[in-house]
Design a protein around this ligand. Structure first.
Ligand SMILES: N[C@@H](CCC(=O)N[C@@H](CS)C(=O)NCC(=O)O)C(=O)O
Length: 305
């Protein structure tokens, strides 16, 4: 067997391999100065009810029903507890909630105020102090892609798998996830924060290029989702950006998703938003745009001071 590796010097990302600090002993919030609002989120009732149906001949979205119910039973039996720290507008936190929803794993959701970070967030992610954080019993897991992989590995026997089984397919899914991070999310954020029209145009060009590339990747799949017939890892990673991409015209003047240039992605967004596990957590685009306009005005005001 011959393996050809094209590489530069190996890298070891800062912080990799460090273990999270121990979580506060439960109860987590008693006496805490700042306490994010918490809400128990379970697999949608419509999914749980379908447990009674024989599932093998059902379409994927319905098959999730038995997974959700089985996951709930498993979690209860094992005494497992999942908590998610997020905020409604975070594309990264959304990924985590979607993955848990699709797997049918119940979790408690804590809506954070990023202008006034809670003690729980600061203790849970002391190195980066960002959302999302997944708290599984007393394990703290940060960084959305790391969290998705943790969920996939830890609950491999629960609900549908998000990563493909085949190692090559897995590698490809991870490649596209990385691509979305580096070539879509990062330039989009830079475009949104750009101070000059030239900078904005440059980052917009990169963002549009990435969207085009993803349209091509989806067309080569010949399937409704990047994961194939069902949603998978890449769908979850990209879906965090759906509402932001839809709001880009209102925010930055360019339509990223449109039926002539990116027909497959437009259909994909509609298909995705219609899934049981997605409906309840996808942010409202108008609300997002409103929020982002205020945020940008504040950033500009700070820059001008
Ligand atoms: N690479 C991180 C990005 C997380 C991130 O940027 N989170 C934002 C919310 S969208 C945050 O917590 N920002 C707080 C801050 O920057 O202080 C991930 O994938 O989880």
């Amino acid at each position: 067997m011959a393996l050809l590796v094209l590489a530069s010097a190996p890298s070891n990302p800062a912080g990799f391999g460090q273990s999270a600090p121990s979580a506060p002993k439960r109860p987590l919030f008693i006496g805490a100065a700042k306490r994010p609002s918490a809400r128990l989120v379970s697999a949608p009732a419509s999914l749980r009810l379908r447990l009674v149906v024989g599932t093998s001949s059902l379409p994927p979205a319905l098959r999730l029903g038995s997974a959700a119910a089985a996951a709930r039973t498993n979690m209860e039996q094992l005494g497992d507890e999942l908590k998610v720290l997020g905020t409604w507008r975070s594309p990264f936190a959304l990924r985590v909630r979607l993955a848990l929803n699709f797997k049918g794993l119940p979790y408690e959701y804590f809506e954070e105020d990023l202008d006034n970070k809670s003690d729980l967030l600061l203790k849970s992610n002391p190195f980066i102090k960002k959302l999302p954080v997944l708290i599984h019993n007393n394990n703290l897991i940060c960084e959305s892609l790391v969290i998705l992989e943790y969920i996939e590995e830890k609950f491999s026997d629960v609900g549908p798998a998000l990563l493909p089984v085949d190692p090559y397919e897995r590698a490809m899914a991870r490649f596209w996830a990385r691509y979305i991070e580096d070539k879509l999310v990062a330039p989009w954020l830079k475009m949104f924060r750009a101070n000059t029209n030239e900078e904005k145009a440059e980052w917009m060009r990169e963002t549009v290029e990435a969207v085009k590339t993803l349209e091509g990747a989806l067309s080569r799949k010949l399937a409704p989702f990047f994961g194939g017939d069902d949603v998978g890892y890449v769908d979850v990673v990209l879906s965090g950006m759906i509402a932001w991409m839809q709001g880009t015209k209102a925010l930055c003047g360019v339509e990223l998703l449109d039926t002539t240039k990116t027909p497959l992605l437009v259909e994909w967004t509609e298909r995705f938003a219609g899934l049981e596990g997605a409906k309840e957590v996808m942010p409202d685009v108008d609300k997002l745009v409103e929020f982002a306009k205020i945020k940008r005005a504040k950033m500009m005001a700070l820059d001008n001071n």
